[in-house]
Ligand binder design. Structure first.
Ligand SMILES: Cc1cc2nc3c(=O)[nH]c(=O)nc-3n(C[C@H](O)[C@H](O)[C@H](O)COP(=O)(O)OP(=O)(O)OC[C@H]3O[C@@H](n4cnc5c(N)ncnc54)[C@H](O)[C@@H]3O)c2cc1C
Length: 370
């Protein structure tokens, strides 16, 4: 691991200043971030988890986490095509045919940016009730319907769409996973303005949008299995988030300890609670990552970590707002304000807390239902 981190530091010492020099004041722009991802992919750092035959390093989760920690410690920007890199590419590697696997390299270097078209109005937690239709007409699918909460929808060149291809089949059957280029006629993207001022999501409307049958990923009418692979990659990421939250709380406490301002007993109490919970959470996350590294499949711990991480991160952002005081509310401390508002999504994305509780109650504890 030390050798890997050393190699990365040597690379970052050159690559980051070169990127910063090129983008100057524009470092926050989408193009600048894509350029950073391209450089990270060229160095095989952004795609370190991918198998060697796809250009990656074939590294396990623990090594990837170490890489991400080193990159974060240099203050490098977030990679913009995370959904493609982490969720879609592994799905295409597993289910895609030879032609479809050609997308993988383009996902790495941001020639293609992908989004996931799963949720719909009325089909979020209960995803299998989705109603967007893809009807076969000759050698094409004709798509009609609507998706919502599509992260990166405005920037995406491609969507991994989940649509109903057999309306008569039982709910979880009759659904297919289809590649949709976002410039297909009949695809309309509308940004959703968020409470924090951003627009990171879109609504996507399909009106007689036609894509070739060759864009089907995996078996026809069995997109549920394909999507569960995609979501599995998304959910395994919670262990990484748990480690990050632990580190974040540690640095928050360090900052507060060094500050000249006294904290109220209420805030001190909250900080101690956050510290204790984050230590337990971090240990659980590391244990889960070690299990994955040894080839195991995470079970109940994944749901437990998701729930504790998401709820704790909201409480941490509430404490940060309390510490910021009026400046947090007015936005003079914009980080505190944005963090507080953005944290609301943690208990919704990748399964709401209620759904996670249902899973723990049903599948882990076997609680009898009324
Ligand atoms: C940051 C973020 C990124 C996202 N990115 C994407 C994306 O890229 N692509 C995409 O397709 N979707 C995306 N989503 C959407 C996300 O998958 C859904 O928001 C989520 O599945 C919840 O669905 P919903 O919003 O329709 O809420 P609903 O399912 O309508 O739930 C509403 C409320 O009812 C509760 N509830 C629902 N069912 C039950 C039940 N059975 N038992 C108890 N309580 C229940 C929920 O907990 C919630 O409080 C994203 C969401 C967020 C927050």
């Amino acid at each position: 691991m030390e050798e890997l981190e050393g190699e990365l530091r040597i690379w970052l010492n050159d690559a980051l200043p070169a990127w910063q020099a090129q983008w100057g004041a524009d470092q926050e722009t989408w193009d600048a971030k894509c350029d950073w991802q391209r450089r990270m992919a060229d160095g095989r750092w952004a795609i370190a988890s991918w198998p060697v035959e796809f250009g990656g390093r074939g590294l396990g989760t623990l090594e990837v986490l170490a890489i991400e920690d080193v990159v974060a410690s240099y203050g490098a920007p977030q990679i913009p095509g995370m959904i493609g890199l982490k969720n879609v590419a592994p799905t295409l590697m597993k289910f895609g045919n030879e032609e479809q696997r050609k997308h993988v390299a383009r996902i790495g270097n941001t020639d293609e940016v992908w989004c996931q078209g799963f949720s719909e109005p009325g089909a979020g937690s209960d995803l299998a009730s989705l109603r967007t239709r893809a009807v076969i007409d000759g050698d094409e699918f004709v798509i009609n319907g609507q998706k919502v909460w599509t992260s990166n929808g405005m920037h995406a060149s491609h969507m991994q769409l989940l649509a109903r291809t057999d309306a008569d089949a039982p709910k979880h059957k009759g659904i297919s996973a289809i590649i949709v280029p976002m410039d297909t006629p009949g695809v309309e993207v509308r940004p959703i303005k968020q409470i924090n001022g951003g627009a990171e999501f879109a609504e996507v409307f399909f009106t007689d949008a036609r894509v070739p049958l060759a864009n089907l990923i995996g078996p026809l009418h069995d997109g549920w299995g394909v999507t569960m692979t995609t979501l599995g990659h998304e959910r395994a990421g919670v262990a990484v988030f748990a480690g990050r939250l632990e580190a974040r709380i540690r640095s928050l406490i360090e900052e507060v300890s060094k500050s000249d301002h006294a904290v109220s007993p209420v805030v001190a109490d909250e900080l101690v609670e956050h510290y204790v919970e984050s230590r337990v959470l971090g240990s659980m996350g590391r244990a889960m990552l070690a299990k994955i590294a040894e080839g195991g499949t995470p079970g109940s711990e994944q749901s437990v970590i998701k729930m504790v991480w998401s709820e704790l991160s909201q409480r941490v952002d509430t404490t940060i707002m309390e510490l910021a005081g009026v400046a947090g509310v007015t936005g003079d401390d914009n980080d505190a304000k944005l963090g507080y508002l953005s944290a609301r999504s943690a208990t919704i994305a990748a399964g709401t807390s209620d759904i996670v509780k249902n899973i723990i109650g049903d599948r882990v504890l076997g609680l009898p239902r009324e």
